[in-house]
Design a protein around this ligand. Structure first.
Ligand code: ADE
Length: 321
């Protein structure tokens, strides 16, 4: 095992993404933030557009906890999976410092076992493995696991861990997964784990592909406009909670103008919206906003696409277009 850990370490020194900013800080809040952002978002997007502006806007956990949720959602706008931002904000209101203990970390909203382990390994240098998607794929291939349980995966992960340098080891495992042990095109000849990999003759077999059919959801969206103002409501249900958005309806008003269609794919379904514009003679809704005001609100990806459709459509006669 010592030799293998040395090989992984050397590989990391030569090819690892060692300059990533969250790998060059001891600040637990920054590491926590990066782990939450990276849960469902690619490194490039987090790095180029979200990590630094978020830290600049909310430099400490305390500052984050004192901020309004709306401001946090605005800084998260476009990253998707907004529950992450709400949980982050909630955690910041609960603690002024992150606990170092994994069980205590898991008590905080939005921190599951993997994120707790990542924070423990990266912020507090504890000798524990992590289990993000890249690491899972590597373990499945190394040990020829087609449909492993979580328990099995964690057992293998603990068995392989370099306890003397869990920080580099875990970062290296993620990088091997992201750069070498690719889902469709693994470059086994460049892999530092090739020597011990049981699945290298047929890597695409591990793990078995999940059969998931995409559910389709259709909505009619009505943009209610009163002069140069548009009605938006703040969502209160589970889906996109807290974000501002357009109203959906079963049947659009018969005098509404059809503007077109937008769609967006979420994790569990594809949402297609038929969009209508309805000019009101008297304001009948609650909150109307100008386009400038809307740019200050946190809205979802699909509502952003609806706004673009509205701005591009011939029919609306915005003075400011
Ligand atoms: N994904 C989750 N954590 C990560 C990290 N520390 N570096 C790169 N990608 C990650």
């Amino acid at each position: 095992m010592k030799n293998l850990h040395r090989t992984i370490h050397r590989w990391y020194q030569s090819y690892g993404r060692r300059t990533l900013p969250w790998r060059n800080t001891d600040e637990p809040y920054y590491i926590y933030l990066s782990e939450v952002m990276l849960q469902q978002t690619q490194v490039k997007t987090v790095l180029e557009r979200y990590y630094f502006p978020f830290i600049e806007r909310f430099p400490t956990l305390k500052a984050l906890g004192e901020a309004e949720l709306g401001e946090v959602l605005k800084a998260w706008e476009g990253l998707g999976y907004y529950t992450r931002a709400k949980n982050l904000h909630k955690s910041a209101t609960l603690v002024s410092e992150l606990p170092t203990d994994i069980d205590a970390l898991i008590q905080l909203p939005g921190i599951g076992k993997n994120t707790a382990h990542a924070i423990a390994a990266f912020a507090f240098r504890q000798p524990v493995p992590i289990m993000e998607a890249n690491v899972k794929r590597i373990l499945c291939r190394l040990y020829r696991l087609e449909n492993p349980t979580q328990k099995e995966l964690w057992e293998y992960a603990y068995g392989l861990l370099d306890q003397d340098n869990a920080f580099d080891y875990n970062q290296a495992m993620m990088d091997i997964g992201a750069l070498v042990c690719l889902p469709k095109n693994p470059a086994c000849d460049r892999c530092p784990l090739e020597r011990i990999c049981e699945g290298k003759d047929d890597p695409l077999r591990y793990p078995a592909k999940q059969k998931r059919s995409v559910r389709l959801r259709e909505e009619h969206i009505v943009i209610y406009r009163y002069h140069d103002r548009i009605f938006l409501h703040q969502r209160s249900g589970k889906f996109l909670h807290g974000l501002w958005g357009f109203e959906s309806t079963k049947v659009p008003p018969c005098t509404a103008a059809y503007l077109g269609e937008v769609s967006h794919t979420y994790t569990h379904f594809k949402l297609t919206c038929k969009v209508y514009l309805y000019d009101e003679e008297t304001p009948k809704q609650k909150h109307y906003f100008t386009l400038d005001e809307i740019s200050e609100l946190a809205i979802s990806k699909v509502d952003e696409k609806i706004l673009v459709l509205l701005k591009r459509s011939k029919r609306p006669c915005w003075v400011s277009f």
